[in-house]
Design a protein. Structure first.
Length: 291
């Protein structure tokens, strides 16, 4: 973990390239960049509105999602949809502008923002949807095709910590479990068959081309959650994020679980592979090496 003190965090445009490079390399290695105080200017009125939400704990309402590029809100179960859209839009706009300055060494694409209103230790979910089990992130319906998933989190609870358990980074997990899980063999088969599927699709035939990388990552996400030996390893450390703090991580590499906490905001971006500082540590290249 790298801790960015408040004096530095409040002026991201003035940060030295040396510090930014160190932070980016920490992220790519599976570490966390931590801000002891939220580096955004979130209004108390908006924070009070978010904390007052009484969201259902149904699986399809576990998070409230905001799509910045479409200015669209999904998953909201309350009566003030326009207000919620406006509040999450303001957060997303600030977070993205901050990331543009802080992560200026990267080329990246805008993904979703979200609000997570439920207490994590009490949330009911199916095994594959549980946040309290160690995993690496993957989008089952939105392939990244090797772009890195970087998430900027903010704990807006005024008094409660957000508690993570952390595990080994993806390169170590893949070396340890990719073959045992059976997913590496599947990845090899899918990668080998992609060329002929692409040729058939190019002829106009109804052949769906599934990215082998994204299928592996989604399967690995689920396999890790179901592996009791991995989940119960006592060597996995616990990290506490203070109230009103922020942090970022590349969650496709940083294995993590959320043990407790309520009221978190999050903005996701996808970092392009050709702008990485340590591309050999990216899950995509690690898989290619193993295959």
């Amino acid at each position: 973990m790298i801790v960015v003190d408040d004096a530095q965090a409040q002026r991201p445009a003035e940060l030295t390239e040396e510090l930014i490079r160190s932070c980016c390399q920490t992220l790519e290695r599976g570490g966390i960049v931590y801000f002891p105080r939220i580096p955004l200017q979130l209004s108390e009125e908006d924070l009070a509105f978010l904390r007052a939400q009484k969201q259902s704990d149904a699986a399809y309402h576990k998070n409230i999602a905001y799509r910045p590029l479409q200015d669209r809100l999904t998953g909201y179960a309350g009566a003030e949809e326009e207000r919620m859209r406006s509040v999450l839009s303001a957060f997303s706009h600030q977070a993205l502008e901050y990331l543009r300055q802080f992560l200026r060494l990267y080329q990246w694409e805008v993904e979703y923002a979200s609000f997570r209103p439920l207490e994590e230790s009490q949330r009911k979910a199916k095994l594959n949807a549980r946040n309290d089990l160690l995993h690496v992130d993957s989008f089952p319906t939105r392939p990244t095709e090797g772009k890195r998933i970087l998430r900027f989190f903010t704990n807006i609870h005024p008094t409660m910590k957000r508690v993570w358990k952390t595990g080994p980074p993806f390169p170590e997990l893949a070396r340890r479990y990719a073959d045992e899980s059976g997913l590496l063999r599947q990845y090899r088969r899918q990668r080998a068959g992609r060329d002929w599927r692409e040729r058939l699709a190019g002829l106009g035939l109804p052949v769906q081309v599934h990215p082998a990388y994204d299928q592996f990552m989604h399967g690995f996400h689920n396999w890790l959650k179901a592996n009791e030996t991995f989940q119960t390893d006592p060597m996995h450390p616990v990290v506490e994020m203070a109230p009103l703090s922020s942090w970022m991580a590349m969650t496709d590499t940083a294995s993590h679980a959320v043990l407790s906490g309520q009221y978190a905001l999050e903005q996701t971006i996808l970092v392009r592979a050709d702008s990485l500082l340590l591309p050999e540590l990216s899950p995509n290249q690690v898989l290619e090496s193993l295959a």
